[in-house]
Design a protein around this ligand. Structure first.
Ligand SMILES: Nc1ncnc2c1ncn2[C@@H]1O[C@H](COP(=O)(O)OP(=O)(O)OP(=O)(O)O)[C@@H](O)[C@H]1O
Length: 568
């Protein structure tokens, strides 16, 4: 009896060795495939262009006062604007016509999101005249979700599928207002006047010797799950713990309206705001143009916006700018200005010097890389599934004869993959030590994110307004209720996948608070914010960022904009 028991144990022991070796081989294949996928994706993005400028044409919105003829005709990469005495052609990397859907736009965004998960800094910017659809593209509406909610869903979904790494996400929001930086997630200080709060903050832009940008003092909120991400929704930091550790920033930037000040008839504070925004946009155009021309000097220092984005626009980063235009006659001069900006940023006048043969070759190469990525991802899925099954089988064997397997388990037990969402563990990351003074909220949603009576009132008022109101101020959009549905679905997928893989949720963010500043940080600039400045900004740029965490956006929390709404 004893002998039989031993024989059985020996057999199970041998099987478990075989399974462990299988897992080991599968993991090695997994690493190889992941490397191949990344390389193919990098090549694909480089071939398409790591800085791309798109144009999206808003549909004509007929009103009783306006002529409703479209002045714009489009082809794949060409836009022609034709009006009395004007006929101009502009070339961009891709045109989204009036009927293009949110899905069409997101399809172009997807590859660079993957790139963000792979450790590259990514910047998605929405540019254009007020009322041309910048916010529609970035955030969308009920049932027509924009880039931001889709991106968050996509990132969480990939993170839950990738069993070779663990991920943590965090979010920050930042606004540049009249050249000052404002932390939109900082705890709010009540002001004397009813319903007003300040977002006073003292944020410094720091650059390490390697060029990485950090925003010291900026609040960073971990995202514990997809549902909470929906409520913040602007800027993301991705931290991947795999064979190596990678931190990347994903900036989602809804820029202030680009209209010319003469047209808006602005004066006083509004004029100052407009000037500052235009200077920032112009500096941004210069930087992108210099990068696309591969100039040795890139003028990052010319605006706060470009300083903050300097490590997310250049080498190794992926940039996508969507320039929005209106097709209507009354906007023709703004449309021409926006398209001139797009062309300047793109810095290539036309593709006519590129021969047809070369274009075909490029298309073939792109298709080949696309296929390689697809095939590799398919195989990766298969390998991941095999690893999962083998791990379960090994686990069962261990349970059957735990004493026999004790030694084996110590030596051969394969590492369990863990999905960590919303975790920042400073002890795991050398970079994390570079974020000493940042205020971190431990995963709870900051006060300003919950709607106030005032913001609810305004939100209701806005949703009852039928006509487009071009405005200079952006408001933070509460994510459409429908989004919660689709995102909670993904969240449950995350949760299930995570459960199967022993998901760990931890909240070690507080450790970051006490870490020392790295000595190689150079303070570029700092600014303090007048707490009374919360009142009435009309046009704003804002974005979120943080070392190792990212995001940005040009919106203002609802509490903060009650006085800021403005019709251009
Ligand atoms: N592609 C589109 N399809 C359908 N509706 C659109 C599209 N683009 C914009 N709109 C609608 O046009 C209106 C203005 O769009 P939106 O508010 O996004 O403009 P904006 O450029 O962000 O303006 P602002 O600078 O004032 O924030 C909204 O009602 C929006 O839903």
């Amino acid at each position: 009896m004893k002998l039989r028991y031993n024989k059985q144990n020996v057999m199970e022991f041998s099987i478990s060795i075989v399974v462990s070796e299988e897992i080991s081989a599968l993991r090695s294949r997994q690493r190889h495939l992941d490397r191949r996928r990344r390389e193919a994706l990098d090549k694909l993005i480089d071939l398409k262009g790591s800085i791309r400028v798109f144009c999206r044409v808003r549909p004509l919105i007929p009103t009783s006062n306006l002529k409703t003829k479209s002045l714009v005709t489009v082809e794949q990469e060409k836009i022609t604007v034709q009006s009395v005495g004007i006929k101009k052609e502009f070339i961009v990397d891709r045109v989204f016509h009036q009927e293009s859907t949110q899905e069409d736009v997101f399809l172009e965004v997807k590859p660079i999101l993957r790139s963000a998960l792979d450790g590259h800094n990514v910047c998605i910017l929405s540019y254009g005249q007020t009322g041309t659809g910048k916010t529609y593209t970035m955030e969308g509406t009920d049932g027509k979700l924009g880039i931001v909610p889709r991106a968050i869903q996509e990132l969480f979904s990939h993170a839950s599928e990738d069993i070779s790494s663990t991920y943590s996400f965090s979010i920050s929001m930042l606004e540049v207002y009249l050249g000052s930086l404002r932390d939109l997630l900082a705890p709010r200080q009540p002001l004397f006047r009813h319903n007003e709060c300040s977002t006073a903050s003292n944020i410094s832009i720091l650059a390490t010797k390697s060029g990485a940008v950090e925003l010291e003092g900026l609040t960073d909120v971990s995202i514990p799950d997809l549902k909470k991400a929906n409520q913040c929704l602007t800027r993301l930091t991705i931290k991947r713990h795999g064979a190596t550790e990678e931190i990347s920033k994903l900036w989602l930037i809804d820029l202030g309206g680009s209209e010319r000040l003469l047209k808006t008839g602005a004066s006083g504070l509004t004029m100052d705001e407009g000037k500052t925004i235009n200077l920032s946009l112009s500096a941004l155009g210069d930087v992108i143009a210099a990068l696309r021309r591969k100039r040795s000097h890139v003028p990052y220092r010319n605006s706060k916006l470009t300083q903050i984005l300097s490590d997310s626009l250049g080498d190794g980063s992926k940039v996508l700018m969507v320039v929005h235009i209106s097709p209507s006659e009354e906007d023709v001069s703004e449309t021409v200005c926006s398209l001139s900006f797009a062309e300047r940023a793109r810095s290539i006048k036309s593709n006519k010097d590129v021969s047809e043969d070369l274009k075909i070759l490029k298309q073939q190469r792109l298709a080949g890389l696309d296929k390689e990525i697809c095939d590799t991802e398919q195989e990766l899925k298969y390998v991941n599934e095999q690893i999962r099954k083998s791990e379960i089988s090994l686990e069962e064997k261990k349970k059957l004869s735990s004493s026999t397997y004790q030694g084996l388990s110590d030596e051969k037990g394969s590492p369990r993959s863990t999905l960590v969402v919303g975790q920042i563990d400073a002890t795991e990351s050398p970079q994390a030590t570079e974020k000493p003074k940042s205020r971190l909220s431990n995963g709870s949603i900051p006060h300003f994110m919950s709607s106030t009576a005032c913001s609810r009132h305004r939100h209701n008022a806005v949703s009852h307004s039928v006509s487009i109101k071009p405005r200079l101020t952006k408001s933070v959009t509460r994510y459409p209720t429908e989004l919660s549905g689709s995102q909670s679905l993904s969240y449950s997928i995350c949760k299930n996948a995570a459960k199967a893989r022993s998901v760990a949720f931890s909240s070690s963010v507080s450790k970051l608070k006490h870490l020392p500043v790295k000595s190689d940080q150079i303070n570029i600039s700092s600014n303090s914010i007048d707490s009374t400045a919360a009142s009435a900004p009309k046009r704003r740029e804002s974005f979120g960022s943080r070392p190792g965490n990212y995001h940005y956006r040009a919106n203002v929390p609802s509490n903060d904009i009650d006085n800021g709404s403005h019709n251009a």
